[in-house]
Write a protein that binds this ligand. Structure first.
Ligand SMILES: *[C@@H]1O[C@H](CO)[C@@H](O)[C@H](O)[C@H]1NC(C)=O
Ligand SMILES: *[C@@H]1O[C@H](CO)[C@@H](O)[C@H](O)[C@H]1NC(C)=O
Ligand SMILES: *[C@@H]1O[C@H](CO)[C@@H](O)[C@H](O)[C@H]1NC(C)=O
Ligand SMILES: *[C@@H]1O[C@H](CO)[C@@H](O)[C@H](O)[C@H]1NC(C)=O
Ligand SMILES: *[C@@H]1O[C@H](CO)[C@@H](O)[C@H](O)[C@H]1NC(C)=O
Ligand SMILES: *[C@@H]1O[C@H](CO)[C@@H](O)[C@H](O)[C@H]1NC(C)=O
Length: 667
């Protein structure tokens, strides 16, 4: 639609008292886009139509890009309005996302754009404004019930949506003209045990100044930037924001979603609020993710997921309810039960998820720019893989005080993972016990743990003090009072490496908690499973956490797959601080760990014969030994970058085992 106005005005002029001027004002309205043109000439109409087309094309190319980042809600509303204009039924509107996902996917696929989206896990969230597009990478620690909210409501003749927002200025008196939709809430914590180098390895873009991406109400309450909004689609929400604020201040609005479980004592739960981080990393920030349209279908507890969506926080929820009076108000306006009031928005940001992708820590690493290059080289040149193995092996040897045999074991242990489950056996796990570590040399364990932390994306060093065994909660436990899954140390993402320092254990009494914790560790090592306590029933969750134990000879708490007595010949040295060398080792480990591997049938027969022969020499060799050797042989050939087992690697493993059992004999 085009509106045309003729306007007159006068200009003061030096040679005439007044100069009468006229201009044409054109207003173009198309969907939500409103553009003004001012033209001095009579032919302005044609001219401005041309300009209008150019601007429209520019908006389509650039405007969208700016918009998704700076004003994602504007983009969402535009898509909603478009769907409405195309005559989508209410049922369709509730079922689909009106192309929002596609829009953002296309936008993010552009080169490097993903790294421009601020990562709320690695930055100070107070720098961000509500309603900006953000990323979050975390582990799903808990899954809450479905939350119902007013997804759309009618304002006059027009439907408006509150999807992807937390609070909305929905008029209270709405009766029929509203739609109740639902979304799923995931409580996510930053990946437990993630090592600092991973965060530092993120491209600088994701950590730099984000002010340029901010829009909406800036942290100090300034207005949005008009320059950007005049170029973007969906500028129409300006007014809405203002009314929103008014309503907000007057407290007149009804919550699109409110919160709290009726059964639990809110004040109580507030005081004991706990981020529920498995490893208790207090400096990190969890996130409450709201997932729409069943996008969580493939997501399980403990999965590591990257979410992209709209950051929301509600200042009203930032402070704990002060009085009983306020409390009862909150509970009476409840729409449905939900826990988020227990998590103050100032501490736990909300992310309205638009896109998500499941990550293994390894497929994530391979996309990091600092590792990517080496990855490509490994893929193309097998000999480079072998070189990288050799150089890593040397480093591990010096970390282990010159013990080359132990380093070989450590290398394949670091590559181990559960690659199949034949219940109850977790095939491929390979826990390692370095024994003969001296309790006085506490720094040996510490150094080793630091070296592993510098190589692997996620790891955790756990000295087994008697006190912490007796006190800590290892297996997660459901608390029906607060309706949360209370986390335990063993709620870890796949691939996290665990180093247990048994030498820290002093003599003393394990109480019931301690005994249970030791049992949990045993189960973890033996079956790669952790039992979650749901009070009325227990549930075994599979886990994939390689365990390295440092012990001296005395205790006999846990069953490790391999025991290697250490023979340090020199002083232990630290891993290099050369980042590019370290990156090479990291990408090597990441690369070979993911290699597919097979054992050809022809070789299988040879191996079996070999085992029979070995058994005739040594009666103690049994099927467990055979399984261990197979696992080791697999990892050995993978460590050379090879995807098929060769007889050569099989012999290498047997040689390692022979040398190790020799050490064990005179241990
Ligand atoms: C809630 O917990 C607080 C603090 O523990 C307590 O004083 C209060 O009586 C409890 N209220 C109810 C209804 O249980
Ligand atoms: C809720 O709050 C309003 C104003 O803050 C107050 O007038 C009203 O009485 C409260 N309702 C209850 C049930 O406490
Ligand atoms: C790994 O990548 C770095 C640059 O990121 C490069 O300097 C180095 O040579 C590469 N190393 C190997 C083994 O490809
Ligand atoms: C075990 O001991 C720790 C402290 O030593 C204590 O906090 C815990 O409650 C005890 N647990 C049991 C079940 O006795
Ligand atoms: C490690 O090996 C030593 C020596 O055999 C043994 O005493 C200890 O119990 C083992 N520890 C684990 C966790 O397997
Ligand atoms: C090991 O370290 C100690 C103390 O730092 C030193 O006296 C000794 O010479 C070192 N030994 C070797 C072989 O480097």
């Amino acid at each position: 639609m085009i509106f045309q106005y003729l306007a007159f005005f006068t200009l003061p002029c030096s040679f005439l008292p007044l100069l009468l001027c006229w201009i044409y004002i054109y207003i173009y309205v198309e969907g939500n886009d409103v553009v003004f043109f001012v033209s001095l000439l009579g032919g302005g109409h044609l001219l401005s139509v041309v300009t209008w087309s150019i601007v429209k094309a520019a908006v389509a190319m650039v405007g969208m890009a700016i918009d998704c980042l700076a004003n994602p809600l504007g983009a969402v509303r535009t898509m909603f309005d478009r769907a409405c204009a195309e005559g989508a039924s209410l049922e369709e509107l509730s079922r689909t996302d009106w192309g929002v996902k596609d829009l953002f996917q296309k936008f993010l696929l552009q080169d490097g754009v993903i790294w421009q989206v601020p990562d709320i896990g690695s930055m100070d969230i107070s720098l961000l404004s509500s309603n900006s597009l953000v990323r979050f990478r975390g582990m799903v620690q808990d899954m809450f019930d479905v939350e119902y909210y007013i997804g759309a409501y009618k304002d006059g003749a027009k439907w408006l949506t509150t999807k992807y927002t937390d609070v909305a200025s929905v008029p209270v008196e709405l009766e029929n003209d509203k739609q109740i939709w639902d979304r799923r809430i995931l409580y996510c914590v930053p990946v437990p045990g993630e090592n600092t180098w991973v965060k530092q390895a993120l491209p600088p873009d994701s950590k730099t100044d984000v002010s340029m991406y901010m829009s909406g109400v800036a942290p100090h309450g300034e207005k949005r930037f008009r320059e950007t909004s005049s170029l973007t689609i969906g500028t129409c929400d300006m007014d809405e924001d203002d009314t929103f604020k008014e309503n907000f201040n007057e407290g007149k609005r009804m919550r699109g979603s409110t919160t709290s479980a009726t059964s639990c004592n809110i004040t109580d739960a507030y005081q004991s609020f706990d981020f529920n981080m498995p490893l208790g990393e207090a400096v990190l920030r969890p996130c409450l993710v709201k997932v729409y349209d069943g996008a969580d279908a493939g997501i399980k507890l403990n999965d590591v997921v990257e979410f992209i969506g709209i950051l929301t926080f509600d200042p009203e929820l930032s402070s704990a309810p002060q009085t009983e009076h306020e409390l009862s108000n909150v509970t009476t306006t409840l729409l449905h039960e939900d826990l988020s009031i227990l998590m103050p928005a100032s501490k736990v940001p909300r992310l309205q998820c638009i896109l998500l992708r499941k990550l293994s820590s390894h497929n994530f690493l391979s996309t990091l720019p600092c590792l990517e290059e080496n990855f490509t080289i490994f893929r193309q040149t097998p000999s480079v893989v072998k070189q990288a193995r050799q150089s890593l092996l040397q480093r591990l040897t010096s970390v282990l005080g010159g013990d080359c045999l132990a380093a070989e074991y450590l290398l394949i242990h670091l590559l181990s993972k559960v690659h199949a489950r034949v219940d109850p056996i977790a095939v491929g796990k390979l826990s390692l016990n370095f024994t003969g570590c001296n309790a006085e040399e506490r720094c040996f364990a510490q150094n080793l743990a630091e070296s592993i932390a510098a190589l692997l994306p996620c790891s955790h060093f756990m000295p087994l003090y008697l006190e912490s065994l007796n006190r800590a909660l290892f297996s997660p436990k459901k608390d029906y009072q607060s309706n949360r899954l209370i986390t335990g140390v063993l709620q870890l993402a796949e691939g996290t490496h665990l180093i247990l320092d048994e030498t820290a254990l002093t003599t003393g009494q394990l109480n019931a908690t301690g005994v249970q914790n030791v049992q949990s560790l045993k189960n973890l090592m033996e079956w790669q499973k952790v039992e979650y306590d749901f009070e009325f029933h227990k549930m075994e969750m599979p886990i994939d956490v390689p365990v390295l134990i440092l012990s001296h000879a005395k205790s006999k708490l846990f069953p490790a797959d391999i025991i290697v007595p250490l023979r340090c010949t020199g002083n232990q040295s630290k891993l290099t601080h050369d980042e590019s060398e370290l990156n090479k080792c990291r990408s090597y480990l990441t690369f070979v760990r993911e290699l597919e591997h097979i054992i050809e049938p022809s070789l299988q027969k040879i191996l079996e014969d070999d085992l029979v022969a070995a058994r005739q020499e040594d009666r103690s060799i049994n099927t467990d030994t055979f399984h261990r050797w197979l696992s080791m042989a697999r990892l050995m050939s993978v460590s050379f970058g090879e995807q098929k087992l060769t007889i050569e690697h099989w012999h290498k493993v047997k040689e390692l085992e022979r040398r190790c059992s020799e050490r064990l004999r005179c241990f």
